[in-house]
Design a protein around this ligand. Structure first.
Ligand code: ATP
Ligand code: MG
Length: 418
């Protein structure tokens, strides 16, 4: 992606109002600022600015997955019915979010809402011996889910971006090592996204194979979950499993815990050997026995995270992106008022930024200052550089923080050093 863009060439326009049926703050702001387009409830397209933000989130996730040895792949959206029947998960009464279709040639296919079964089946071709383990793979993919309610904007889509990862290990110890590495990677991801302090690894329902799974829950008023948290002890429990038994097991009392509203930004699962067994995936152990590997599954909601960031980092004027995901580092704004020298200086600075690989959106439009500022506030690039008659006279540029509105001066070398 290009690191510079002239706003006069950006095809999206900002707008005063979001669609009247859009009730969530995240989608309202993202639509008004031109990041996304609403196709229908729970279905959004990602426009140039939005794509940049989502790609930045993916880059952070990708770097942390690669750092713990993940190998990236991408699996198909259309899925084989028989695979899911084998684990009894084709049935709509078992999995209530399936989208399905029929083939013209006969037979049914499912649209991928998860890839646990397909990845397990695929590995039958690549896993034969204990020497092949561990295996840790991940992908970024659009998941399709027929969610009953879609009122949380991009935080609950019917089509949404997810990073899903799958691990296969020869025994519990090897599995635990990968699982712990993923926990560390997840903590780094949320830290880098600026939500580390508000994100808790949370004990959650375990499913058929283990007592608990672990969710990563971020405190957020627009969330759909509740957790009980103790910040000092760094313990969090999903409300769904809060019971005397759970409290005892985790060695906390209910009055030590605070109930907070949250959104699930990640989820990790331990399937033991059960899932691979159901799928029919085995390897030859050192003793020559055919056994099923331990399997883990690790999800991060990448498009949901963009929504969470907007919910948490915005004000009445618009979005305030964290530096780590902002679509551009700087928003360069020229206030020339018909002064050709000011315009020429802004053009020159933009070209210098371009050649020094500084990331910048340049508002070169011939519109009023008020309109430029209102749009810049809505779009939410955290640092703004103003070029005006005042700055031309001073020889420095004005650097304005979107978050605080405070203004300082910055010289050209400092800008180009970035
Ligand atoms: P939820 O309880 O919110 O429905 P889930 O348990 O169904 O989530 P997983 O199947 O574990 O979620 O998916 C992994 C991650 O994908 C979640 O932690 C969440 O961040 C994200 N995610 C799940 N469903 C959606 C959705 N409908 N829209 C956007 N992101 C989602
Ligand atoms: Mg769900």
């Amino acid at each position: 992606m290009s690191h510079t863009l002239r706003q006069s060439e950006l095809f999206t326009k900002t707008r005063k109002e979001a669609p009247s049926d859009e009730i969530s703050k995240n989608a309202q702001l993202l639509i008004r600022a031109g990041y996304i387009h609403k196709e229908m409830a729970g279905v959004y397209s990602w426009l140039p600015l939005g794509l940049r933000v989502h790609e930045n989130i993916k880059t952070i996730v990708r770097e942390e997955m690669n750092a713990i040895g993940g190998q990236e792949l991408i699996m198909s959206t259309l899925q084989n019915k028989e695979l899911w029947e084998r684990t009894s998960r084709w049935d709509d009464s078992v999995v209530d979010v399936w989208f399905k279709s029929t083939l013209a040639a006969g037979g049914e296919v499912g649209f991928g809402w998860s890839h646990e079964e397909p990845i397990g089946a695929m590995l039958k071709n690549h896993l034969s011996s204990y020497k092949d383990l561990p295996i840790f793979v991940y992908q970024f993919q659009n998941k399709l889910r027929n969610e009953l309610r879609a009122k949380s904007g991009i935080m609950r889509g019917r089509e949404f971006g997810m990073k899903d990862a799958y691990s296969f290990a020869l025994d519990e110890a090897q599995h635990d090592e990968i699982y712990s590495k993923n926990i560390e990677a997840y903590n780094k991801i949320y830290e880098r996204l600026g939500i580390g302090d508000d994100t808790f690894m949370t004990f959650a329902p375990g499913g058929a194979f283990t007592e608990f799974s672990h969710e990563f829950q971020t405190i957020c008023d627009a969330g759909e979950d509740y957790i009980y948290v103790n910040r000092e002890k760094n313990i969090a429990i999903n409300e769904e499993i809060l019971s005397d038994e759970t409290l005892e097991k985790l060695n906390v009392t209910k009055d030590e815990l605070e109930r907070v509203k949250t959104v699930e930004v990640g989820n990790i699962f331990n399937f033991g050997r059960q899932k691979a067994q159901d799928i029919g995936l085995t390897f030859k152990s050192e003793d020559g026995e055919n056994i099923a590997p331990w399997m883990g599954s690790y999800g991060v909601g990448t498009t949901r995270l963009a929504g969470v960031l907007v919910e948490k980092f915005s004000d009445e004027k618009g979005i305030v992106w964290p530096e780590s995901v902002t679509p551009f580092t700087y928003h360069l704004i020229v206030l020339d008022n018909g002064n050709d020298e000011v315009r020429a200086d802004a053009e020159r600075l933009f070209q210098e930024m371009e050649s020094h690989k500084v990331s910048v959106l340049y508002d070169d439009r011939n519109v009023r200052a008020g309109e430029k500022f209102a749009d810049a506030d809505l779009i939410g690039i955290p640092q703004r550089i103003i070029v005006s008659e005042k700055t031309l006279a001073s020889g420095e540029y004005e650097l304005v923080s979107r978050a605080t509105g405070t203004s300082t001066f910055i010289n050209e070398q400092e800008i180009l050093r970035n």
